[in-house]
Design a protein around this ligand. Structure first.
Ligand code: FPP
Length: 231
């Protein structure tokens, strides 16, 4: 079965550039092209939602020049939001937008509002996102509402991802095997896939490969799996 929602940890941009003796920012430039390719390929493959980890709450510790380059990349991406509107895609930004430069945060909110009722592919971009920050923010939101006890549904609704499904599959490129503070609650029962492919090399062929691997996985959600029959 094709996954309905795939979340990507886009790792390996820096190494892709370094291997070619190019500045790291060139890797992010090619990584942006890979993101755009993957969005189109996902729509063509019938996927409903894609999430991309673009900037984590920990990425602020990178050199200022790299942060500035990434912020400019986000500005350029946001400037093309009309393309997403024309394609009927819904854009969702998750993370603490308040800590991003004001113009980027405003632009994210505007893009979300404009595309909110679109019915095509949902494209989720995690910006200044970290699961620990998300959970802390959710708890504070619930306390501010005066709650002294909460249900699982209260927590789901207070997360940045309240309007999107949980990922069926989390893919990390770049060869590292960890989740790096990404969708920790939402991926509780996601399938995980780690590939050595560096993110700038990711394309439709790679996407089809990960869909194929996913389709062979048996998801049991703590049960015994759909095909289990009583002996
Ligand atoms: C991790 O690779 C990648 C990032 C921290 C940035 C990802 C951002 C983009 C691909 C830009 C596109 C985003 C949008 C929304 C247009 P790394 O730099 O840590 O790679 P390395 O491990 O090889 O050094």
């Amino acid at each position: 079965m094709t996954p309905s929602h795939i979340a990507f940890i886009m790792d390996g941009n820096g190494r892709w550039a370094e291997r070619r003796h190019l500045p790291r920012k060139y890797g992010h430039k090619m990584g942006t092209e890979a993101l755009e390719r993957t969005v189109e390929a996902a729509a063509e493959c019938g996927i409903k939602t894609v999430t991309f980890y673009a900037f984590s709450t920990e990425n602020w510790s990178r050199p200022q020049s790299e942060i500035d380059y990434l912020m400019d990349t986000f500005r350029k991406f946001l400037a093309r939001k009309n393309d997403y509107q024309e394609k009927n895609y819904r854009l969702v930004f998750i993370g603490n937008l308040g800590k991003l430069p004001q113009d980027i945060a405003d632009s994210c909110r505007d893009a979300m509002a404009r595309t909110e009722s679109n019915t095509g592919l949902t494209v989720v971009i995690a910006m200044n996102y970290g699961s620990w920050e998300e959970i802390t923010s959710a708890v504070n939101q619930l306390l501010a509402q005066g709650k002294t006890q909460v249900t699982e549904q209260d927590i789901v609704r207070a997360l940045y991802t309240s309007t999107v499904s949980f990922p069926d599959l989390v893919v990390r490129t770049g060869g590292e095997i960890r989740l790096s503070n990404f969708l920790l609650l939402q991926s509780a029962y996601s399938e995980l896939l780690f590939t050595d492919t560096l993110w700038p090399d990711f394309d439709k062929k790679e996407l089809k490969k990960v869909i194929e691997i996913y389709s062979k996985r048996v998801r049991k959600f703590g049960g015994l799996g759909g095909d289990h029959v009583e002996a």
